[in-house]
Design a binder for this molecule. Structure first.
Ligand SMILES: C[S@@+](CC[C@H](N)C(=O)[O-])C[C@H]1O[C@@H](n2cnc3c(N)ncnc32)[C@H](O)[C@@H]1O
Length: 244
């Protein structure tokens, strides 16, 4: 068996791919490309494609329906692992490409765990990437933390009932996977007097990037699949504003 890579494609802009990601993606035999349904595009593939125009690698599209219950993912995961296993057994190297970083809310976390269970001696390498919270900090000019500050990263679609507590405990709160939770997020921010400190960002660094500084504008929308809210309690000199 050869090697399985988990390669982060970064948050969207093709030129935020790392040099190591490009090297690995150009060398492997198989690109395993997740998508959320059989007919839709793979976001990971759309990010890395411009760097791989000459690539002769096999493109193995793998469908993982979006679901909060890992057990509902099981049939798709088994099918994907069987397909990856066939390639590895034939001596091929496989790169599983993931949007953002492979170690943060990525299907690769499940893929790597299952690969270790199925093939204990397989070499697995993670190629890290610019993750979406870093991209959102960059495009909003809101630093995630400095000095002693603490950050919370919250998957909002699993519930935001404890958001009041989190907003008290942490200096910066990043709400990912917004789903239908925007009204509850806005209500908690209003209670904490922090609505004016929150920014909504969809598709950071992608062509369709959208930054909304008044959350009430998006209050009635279901959060974009690639959207998050960043709340930094402290006013700082914005890094984009320049310091005199
Ligand atoms: C399944 S997680 C994947 C996270 C990814 N592995 C990472 O490192 O950023 C998907 C969530 O990441 C966030 N996300 C990913 N890319 C984003 C982007 N370009 N702009 C804003 N949010 C993004 C959204 O909150 C989205 O619901």
């Amino acid at each position: 068996m050869t090697r399985l890579y988990g390669v982060g494609a970064g948050p969207g802009a093709p030129d935020l791919l790392t040099l190591r990601a490009i090297k690995v993606l150009r060398e492997v035999d198989v690109l395993a490309l997740p998508r959320s349904n059989d007919w839709g595009e793979s976001v990971a593939w759309s990010i890395v494609q411009p760097a791989l125009l000459e690539s002769q690698a096999e493109k193995l599209f793998l469908t993982f329906p979006m679901n909060k219950d890992p057990e509902r993912l099981r049939p798709a995961l088994n099918k994907a692992m069987d397909a990856i296993g066939e390639r590895l057994a034939a001596g091929k190297s496989v790169a599983f490409v993931t949007e953002g970083d492979p170690s943060l809310y990525s299907t690769f976390v499940y893929v790597a765990a299952e690969a270790r269970r199925r093939w204990p001696t397989l070499e697995i390498e993670v190629v890290p990437a610019v993750s979406s919270p870093m991209a959102v900090a960059a495009v909003t000019g809101v630093p995630l933390a400095d000095g002693q500050e603490r950050i919370a990263i919250v998957p909002a679609n699993y519930g935001v009932a404890d958001l009041d507590t989190l907003l008290r405990m942490f200096d910066t709160v990043v709400l990912m996977k917004i789903g239908p939770e925007m009204p509850a997020i806005i209500a908690a921010l209003e209670r904490a007097g922090l609505l004016g400190r929150a920014i909504y960002v969809a598709k950071a660094t992608m062509k369709e990037q959208r930054v909304v500084r008044d959350l009430r504008e998006v209050g009635g929308e279901r959060g974009d699949c690639f959207a998050m809210v960043i709340v930094a309690k402290k006013e700082r000199n914005g890094v984009l504003m320049g310091v005199a």
